[in-house]
Design a protein around this ligand. Structure first.
Ligand code: 2AM
Length: 209
């Protein structure tokens, strides 16, 4: 359910949806294309559009406009170095019973975890409730409904050994997400360069929508 907040614009008072925030990493174009090539072949799948694929570092949830500004500001205090990352493996969630999500995994990466921990720490210091779920980095490719088990087996046989080359992570992004009838659409609110980052390479870069 979308919650609304009161906004005052000039002489008008209106209700606007509360921004639903999350912090994530975006991918270079080549990696996004590799991920996009995985997005077919499962009946009952609602695939994430390639330009919307991301790796969530911290889900924040719905906040009012004041908290958005606070979060936008405080994330600028995160100090962490640029690093490399590699995507590896494909899985289904939950592991038992009817799968509802297909995801791509990440090769174990201490710098990714450190970045996550630093983001968590500034957000908690700013007064947000601590994350109560364990950080399990993944990229959601699709949500599934009644996908037949043999098709999942065939998909894994075809793509289960998926991996990418290493690619640079030069920044992290604050996103807001708006729900519509076709799912969620994500918008970049702010980008935060990592220390020692090179030029931004092929991410989608601008507000999407
Ligand atoms: P998911 O990919 O595992 O669904 C935007 O919705 C991002 O925030 C998605 O990457 C989503 O993770 C994550 N997300 C959505 N709701 C969440 C929740 N309640 N807790 C943690 N992460 C959530």
């Amino acid at each position: 359910m979308v919650r609304f907040m009161v906004a005052i614009t000039g002489r008008h008072i209106c209700l606007i949806p509360m921004p639903r925030l999350f912090v994530a990493i975006d991918f270079p174009r080549g990696i996004r294309e590799r991920l996009g090539a995985l997005c077919s072949g499962l009946p009952g799948a609602r695939w994430v559009e390639p330009e919307q694929l991301h790796l969530t570092l911290r889900f924040i949830g719905e906040v009012d406009g004041g908290v958005l500004i606070l979060v936008q500001d405080i994330l600028g205090e995160v100090r962490a170095g640029a690093f490399s990352m590699r995507l590896e493996g494909i899985g289904f969630f939950p592991p038992r019973g009817g799968p509802r999500v297909v995801w791509v995994g990440i090769r174990k990466n201490e710098q990714l975890r450190r970045l996550h921990d630093r983001i968590e720490s500034v957000l908690v210091r700013a007064g947000l409730a601590p994350e109560d779920r364990k950080f399990a980095p993944h990229i959601t490719l699709a949500r599934l409904k009644n996908t037949p088990a043999p098709r999942i087996g065939a998909y894994l046989a075809q793509h289960g050994l998926f991996s990418t080359e290493e690619f640079p992570v030069n920044e992290f992004l604050l996103y807001s997400s708006v729900l519509n009838s076709r799912g969620a659409r994500h918008y970049i609110e702010e980008g935060y360069p990592l220390d020692g980052a090179g030029q931004r390479d092929g991410g989608n870069g601008v507000v999407q929508g």
